[in-house]
Design a protein around this ligand. Structure first.
Ligand SMILES: NC(=O)c1ccc[n+]([C@@H]2O[C@H](COP(=O)([O-])OP(=O)(O)OC[C@H]3O[C@@H](n4cnc5c(N)ncnc54)[C@H](O)[C@@H]3O)[C@@H](O)[C@H]2O)c1
Length: 715
């Protein structure tokens, strides 16, 4: 053994070769924290000291090579002065350069995934062999930053500037075929041959069959474009990046600019340019929010893991109702490996449900994501039926019939008599109280809510609703099932609207009051989209479905008449009364028509504009900032109320639910992080400035006390 650390080891292999193997102790994955970097430095020194070693192979003993840097340290690190961040980058870069400058050939063998710092390390070696099921990539922009361990320097010199900009700016994982075609790796082999292929390649280098010095030298020099070619390439690439990233995500364009700036510089100077660019984005609120989001996501997954510990395995599931939601849930369940019974009372609904599943699967086959055999297996795992016979053997039942309390309680009471007594019965209701529905059941402790979002296969969030009588063990099994479906479950206590809709409807109330006071709905949408929402409130109402929104608004107005009054729901009511149901019938606040390539296209509808004009003034000019405040304050206040009333257990879960369930702008991080970014005291001041609009804008007790103590939701 040449070197033994807690994150990696170096041992001799065969004659004259050494293997540096990453194998972080007491962890499932390899990642770069301070200790791993330090050990890498020591290992390189140990290798240099061994004069008998003339070739080095880098491998991993884990399922993946290296998943990247240790992101838990980013929050603190990014708050440090610029020089401290640069010193951290320089330490890592000096180590990677020492690896690159070793006086012997280096080869890395990539298994599983190698992302961020993991890929940057690979690029510092001379050759790369990749397993045919591995993935590599630079996901840094998803955290609001750019590669900082030489990624922007080495990648364009290895695969060309245009490819490198595309890889880095998109943040996407790259498959072995693309990696090989671009020249990011030199060979792709079956996983079981990976290590041997790496050793063979190394031996060839040692024998002088491959010129590893030439491989290396291209990474130390300028990119291989002349000035004219470079100008053209960068102008085109940067235009594309700016367009795709949009105004709220500066990292992709910063990466492209950095690559352009250091394109003709030697390695060490280029690394200094990269470091400057890294610091400029690391210090932005966007990076702070995106890193926070990532950590929230990890924390919520950990919570769900704990919540579902020790629950019984779900071998078979049943979904009742094969409509939009039931069909989607059955498809998701089967495609994630749980055979699922899909029951309806109408043969037509079953046929549509199966046809929809078939369409989704066919699309995945077309994209090469699954094989035809996989498609057949998933379809075979859904059992469409009109009969109740199969229900006696399933391990969970999800009710997704029409949103009518009488129908639902009747269906649920009937189901309870047919299913095993010790399995959860859940409802996918969006508005009906779980506690109230449980009153008509014999085993209320086995009953919970499971609120999926539409379309089920795409939306990552599932609210798991705990009714007053729901047992902990029921919650645990439901959380477990949601995880099995590949969803992020967040457990919330029962209340009207649960968590997500309860927070969404005050936002719509803000919209209603703005319209009452004469704002133009097209302008409101424009301002909120510019603020960062994927769609403005009027467009969102159309997508949800005006009938669904009106029904939910009535439920919310009943429950919270002070804040979510009928008055504030008037714009959607107007659409509803004129049979403008939104996207589903092609007419709502906007008009929807099938466009080119079959995609629905949204256009301004003069009829809708005229209709609104007859009932609302629409001519009052509002300051853009005021529109944002009048929309966002009610949403943020309601989120804080839900935390105060223990509807949701933590700020982390509340914020993540809004990003995953509503499309809250990720670069802001969630309503509570938004309050933090404004400052609690300033936020309360803003609420007070709007209090003449009614209780919708009244600061909560929690916020008042936080403002007094100058505290924040996130550390
Ligand atoms: N559509 C959404 O965006 C959305 C989102 C979240 C939750 N939900 C909730 O999901 C549930 C279903 O909504 P949907 O949009 O899928 O409705 P849908 O009208 O598309 O489907 C309902 C299905 O239930 C079937 N059904 C009715 N009575 C039945 C019975 N006794 N046994 C078996 N099947 C029966 C109907 O035939 C129909 O196929 C509702 O509670 C709704 O509030 C809907």
């Amino acid at each position: 053994m040449i070197y033994q650390g807690s994150a990696l080891t170096v041992a001799t292999v065969g004659s004259g070769m050494a293997e540096l193997c990453f194998d972080r102790q007491q962890d499932r994955v390899n990642k770069f924290d301070q200790n791993a970097l330090l050990e890498l430095d020591e290992a390189i020194t140990a290798i240099s000291d061994q004069k008998s070693i003339s070739g080095l192979l880098l491998t991993s003993a884990k399922d993946s090579f290296i998943v990247g840097a240790d992101i838990t340290m980013f929050t603190d690190l990014f708050r440090q002065p610029e020089d401290t961040i640069k010193a951290w980058l320089k330490t890592a870069n000096d180590i990677f350069c020492r690896l690159e400058d070793l006086s012997l050939p280096t080869v890395s063998a990539i298994n599983g995934i190698a992302l961020g710092g993991g890929l940057e390390l690979l690029l510092a070696t001379d050759y790369r062999v990749m397993a045919n099921d591995a993935k590599i990539g630079f996901p840094e922009v998803k955290l609001g930053v750019i590669p900082g361990f030489g990624g922007t320097v080495r990648l364009p010199r290895v695969i060309g500037a245009d490819n490198a900009i595309e890889w880095i700016a998109s943040g996407k994982d790259q498959n072995p075929q693309t990696a090989l075609a671009c020249g990011a790796v030199d060979a792709v082999v079956a996983p079981e041959h990976l290590r041997q292929a790496g050793l063979d390649l190394l031996q060839q280098c040692m024998a002088g069959h491959f010129d590893y010095q030439k491989q290396r030298s291209r990474k130390l020099e300028a990119i291989s474009l002349n000035k004219m070619e470079a100008t053209m390439a960068f102008t085109t690439a940067k235009g594309l990046v700016a367009q795709q990233a949009g105004p709220h995500y500066p990292a992709p364009l910063t990466a492209a600019n950095a690559i352009e700036k250091h394109a003709f510089l030697p390695r060490d100077e280029a690394l200094a340019v990269e470091a400057d660019a890294f610091v400029s984005v690391a210090k932005t609120p966007v990076a702070n929010a995106l890193v926070g989001m990532f950590l929230n996501d990890q924390a919520v997954k950990k919570i769900a893991g704990k919540q579902s510990q020790g629950t019984a395995e779900i071998h078979r599931a049943a979904v009742i109702g094969a409509g939009i939601m039931g069909g989607g849930i059955a498809f998701q369940s089967a495609s994630r490996g749980t055979p699922t019974v899909m029951k309806d009372i109408q043969p037509g609904a079953l046929e549509t449900g199966m046809a929809e599943a078939g369409k989704l699967l066919a699309r995945s086959v077309e994209k090469g994501q699954i094989s035809v055999a996989d498609m057949a297996a998933v379809l075979g795992a859904i059992t469409p039926t009109l009969s109740d016979d199969a229900l006696a053997t399933v391990d969970i039942v999800v009710e997704a019939v029409v949103e009518n309390e009488k129908v639902k309680t009747g269906v649920l009471a009937g189901l309870e008599k047919m299913i095993k007594t010790d399995i959860p019965l859940v409802s996918n209701t969006s508005t009906i109280s779980i506690s109230r529905m449980s009153d008509s059941l014999e085993r209320p402790e086995m009953f919970a809510g499971m609120h999926f979002f539409n379309p089920v296969h795409r939306m990552p969030l599932v609210e798991v609703i705990r009714g007053e009588k729901t047992a902990n063990s029921t919650v645990a099994t439901v959380v477990n099932y949601a995880r099995k479906l590949g969803k992020t479950p967040i457990v919330v206590n029962d209340c009207p609207g649960f968590l997500v809709n309860r927070v969404l409807f005050p936002y719509f109330s803000g919209f209603g009051l703005l319209m009452r006071d004469g704002a133009d709905f097209l302008e409101i949408d424009k301002v909120m989209e510019r603020f960062g929402w994927p769609m403005g409130p009027a467009y969102l109402l159309d997508v949800i479905g005006i009938d669904t929104a009106v029904h939910a608004a009535d439920v919310m107005a009943d429950a919270f008449p002070d804040r979510m009054s009928v008055e504030s729901g008037k714009p959607s009511k107007l659409m509803f009364e004129h049979k403008r149901l939104g996207q589903k019938n092609g007419r709502g606040f906007y008009r929807y028509q099938p466009g080119r390539k079959g995609k629905t296209e949204k256009t301004v509808d003069p009829e809708a504009v005229e209709l609104v004009r007859q009932h609302f003034d629409g001519d009052t000019a509002f300051d853009k900032e005021d529109i944002v405040h009048r929309m966002m304050l009610p949403m943020c206040l309601e989120t804080s109320r839900c935390l105060e009333e223990n509807i949701v257990a933590s700020a982390v879960e509340a914020d993540l639910a809004m990003v995953l369930g509503l499309g809250f702008p990720p670069f802001i991080g969630g309503p509570l992080r938004y309050i933090d970014s404004i400052g609690t005291a300033k936020f309360v001041e803003l609420c007070r400035a709007h209090q003449h609009l009614g209780p919708l804008y009244e600061p909560t007790r929690l916020l008042l006390s936080m403002a007094e103590s100058n505290s924040t939701f996130f550390a």
